[in-house]
Write a protein of this length. Sequence first.
Length: 208
Amino acid sequence: MAQDKQQLIRILDRFYHNPVAMVSFELFLSIAAILFFAVFAIRPTLLTMSDLIKEIEDKRKLDSQMEQKVAALSSAQESFLAVQDRIAVLDEAIPRGVNMTYTLKVIEKLASDQGLTIANLTVLEIPPDPPPSTPVNQLERQSMSVQVVLTGPYTGIREFAENLRNSRRSFVIERITFSTEDSRGQKTLEANMLIGAPYFGVKKNEAN
């Protein structure tokens, strides 16, 4: 038994002193070293590269979202520019607040253009103007009632009513009645009109 053991030792000794065996052992050590550095030295670099790739991907997504927002803003700007002139017309037709002075001057001028005489001009109720800071969603269309009594020829009164409806400042003729009056032995036609002047005012529930 001891003799067999000694024989095995001699065989192993001859093997490890063999050049081929020595090269194989050195190759094994080299591979082990490479694996060690791959695991413990290259791993942080791989993790850094992974984080960098993720960061680049996130930035791509962010750039894509920004491009979509810029495109949406450009489209909105183009739409606004297309209707900008109409917005100005709408503001004049139905102003924010009743714009009392301008509204009454339009009525007076249209009557004067037809040679009509304003016998009476009464605002039934003067509404308050909304504060400048009032948000649009707190406004609603309302109407100020104006009662005007005109005298003059029928054609002039009819033309006045037509021009009132076609005015850039929006008006609604809610009621009109005719009567004749004697003036120095001559009959004159009198028109009693109730005119609505629409405007945007604070919603009733918001004002209370």
